[in-house]
Design a protein around this ligand. Structure first.
Ligand code: URA
Length: 233
């Protein structure tokens, strides 16, 4: 390219750049890459690739104490998804969510709904076990939740049952406690643009039911609402 053509070419590129920058600044153009990067950190990953990514995650301190990363199990096309808090000791050992005592109760609830664990998808807000089963820390939830959000976008469940306060508060973006939230379908606060947004049914966590068996009746009422909506969706 001779020098004058080259100079003209560079001037045109500079003008176009300035023009695009102005349009972005005034909101006439939307920047797809920045939106994708901020809202969908794993946008390019399918479920197996997301799992592979999670298996080597060291984004928060929980990786240091884990035995396994508990990504999630079940039907990748499930209409119904259950979301708990975080793996406990049994889950950390086996790499599968809800396999301990609370998990057995969840399996019974799923069976009572005339479904199997293979029909639904089961995951947690946190993929790694907090030491001593302590509550998830806010920064751990913030760091880990993009994995769950991408799982939801890929699986596209119609209904998510949020088990306990942590799952409900994260999915509904609220600080309200589970007793006030449970028993009603609520809007998924973190729906992403490409979600066919599921509705959320918050209910008590199975570990709470082990300590408070009387609350099983409330959970069963909640699950009956879920079954009725699944039949109609
Ligand atoms: N409690 C949870 O919230 N998740 C599990 O996987 C097990 C127990």
């Amino acid at each position: 390219m001779d020098n004058s053509i080259r100079e003209e070419y560079l001037n045109i590129v500079a003008t176009v750049r300035e023009h695009v920058a102005e349009q972005l600044e005034f909101g006439i153009l939307e920047s797809e890459t920045s939106e994708t990067e901020t809202q969908h950190p794993y946008a390019s990953l399918d479920l197996p690739a997301l799992n592979t990514d999670a298996q080597s995650c060291v984004k928060c301190g929980l990786h240091a104490g884990r035995t396994t990363v508990v990504f999630g199990v079940g039907n990748p096309n499930a209409d119904l998804m259950f979301v708990g808090e975080a793996p406990g000791a049994d889950e950390d050992k086996q790499g599968e969510p809800f396999v301990g005592r609370a998990g057995k109760l969840l399996t019974d609830i799923i069976k009572a709904m005339k479904l199997t664990r293979e029909d639904v998808y089961i995951a947690n807000v946190l993929k790694c076990r907090p030491p001593g089963n302590r509550n998830p820390a806010p920064d751990e939830v913030e760091t880990c939740s993009p994995y769950l959000l991408r799982q939801i976008t890929l699986i596209q469940p119609k209904i998510i049952v949020a088990l306990g306060s942590f799952a409900a508060q994260m999915l509904l973006d609220t600080k309200t406690g589970i007793t006030a939230l449970r028993g009603e379908f609520r809007e998924f606060a973190l729906a992403q643009q490409d979600d066919n947004a599921p509705v959320i049914m918050p209910t008590y966590h199975p570990a709470y039911l082990l300590r408070n068996p009387n609350a099983k009746r409330d959970v069963w009422e909640d699950m009956q609402q879920v079954m009725a909506l699944l039949d109609n969706k």
